[in-house]
Design a protein around this ligand. Structure first.
Ligand code: AMP
Length: 119
């Protein structure tokens, strides 16, 4: 499904290069960039270029897109030499999970021990 950009969405604006970001990787459908407020030595966000607000809004036909987000995160961890030490992938959905930007994004966190359960 074609997912048009949302004009007032911060991550859509990063995808369109209207807002600067420290870009790590790009494919035809995904963009990965450093989180502006990193919670670990490695903290990268992987976003679809089309606007999808939350995981609740995903369509069954977008399952492979989410899979490719995970594989891109894995590739970034490998490229930056922390795949073997370990990393965490997080998708926050809505208020109680602490979602603050309503454009689907996968957090890739690594480079330190991450406690469990999460806060
Ligand atoms: P979440 O709380 O799961 O919605 O995560 C949103 C993330 O986006 C947070 O970790 C923020 O630090 C990050 N963030 C907000 N604005 C920017 C920006 N302009 N560039 C990069 N990351 C951002």
């Amino acid at each position: 499904m074609d997912r048009p950009a949302k004009a007032d969405c911060l991550f859509c604006r990063i995808v369109k290069r209207e807002v600067p970001a420290d870009i790590v990787a790009e494919t035809d459908e995904l963009l990965a960039f450093h989180d502006v407020n990193p919670q670990a030595p490695h903290h990268v966000l992987i976003v679809p270029k089309g606007h999808i607000a939350t995981t609740n809004d995903l369509l069954a036909e977008e399952a492979a897109l989410v899979g490719r987000m995970v594989l891109l995160a894995r590739d970034i961890a490998e490229d930056h030499d922390f795949a073997q030490s370990g990393y965490r992938l997080v998708l926050n959905c809505n208020r109680q999970a602490g979602q603050s930007v309503y454009h689907l994004h996968l957090h890739l966190l690594g480079g330190r021990y991450l406690s469990w359960p999460p806060g």
